[in-house]
Design a protein around this ligand. Sequence first.
Ligand SMILES: [Zn+2]
Length: 318
Amino acid sequence: MKRRTFLKTFPAAAALTATAGIVPIAVMADGHGTQVVAAQKFKIGDMIVTAISDGYFNMPLNMLQGADQETIAQLLVAGHQDPANFRAAVNAYLVQSGGENWLIDAGTGAVFGPTLGDLPSVLSALGVQPGDVSKLIVTHMHGDHIGGAIADGAALYPNAELVVTKADVDFWTSKDIQAQAPENFRGAFDLAMGVIAAYQDRLRIVEGEADLAPGLVGRPMPGHTLGHQGVMLESAGDSLLIWGDIVHVSHVQMTHPEVTIGFDTDQELAAKTRADLFASLVKGDQKIAGMHMPFPGVGYVEKSGEAYRFTPATWDYL
Ligand SMILES: [Zn+2]
């Protein structure tokens, strides 16, 4: 049984588990209990970062470009994945610092169907209500990152400043560009315009390496969208680079950074940004987190022969 079906069928049970601080992200129909892992906390210096799973989507592999389908399937099999049923994670990150709650990306909300949209219930289980979030920092304006910023067209986070890049706002709110976009991409522009409208009175538009919050700096990483940015967190000598959508399918793109995805606004630039970032990351020991890396999506990029590999971070006992 899909968890949405379960939650609808047994609202009392859902309320009970939410009260207990447990969010069932999958309920086994055969009495094997619940999968409760939907959030994982770790420390970056004095900051507490929580990886939050918004869910997953089934990604058709023909979305990937720059390698033939057989090679892509082989890479997934080598990564212990089923190429016919590849599930891409959708993660967001909560940063708690100095008594503030900052959310990096908002998940999908109601935009992408029943396997997604968990972020608000996970936040609630963490004891964070929408009104407690003072900044919603967006890596880029795609639906799986901003869909959850609104509910029924209204801002879901009533006290949050929405922080977005100028290049993304310029692109995704342009009626001219929307009119030239393929039909199935036009809804993405409507969504972006709806989010901007909902947060119009507390919108902050940034450019370049901008200070987003104390200890948080935006790093332009263009290509996936023109205004796509990473967020660098620094606290007490520790750091984390939340790289947004630098990687969508780690089993493929770590070894083949030249492989792009149909959602990239500028495929060539996206591939270059990814390759350059990987090359710079292996020179240091930078912890990273990614919105589509396997949950919780936190770890390190390492050199592996001529290519790269991702090594997940170990559990943090805080
Ligand atoms: Zn994405």
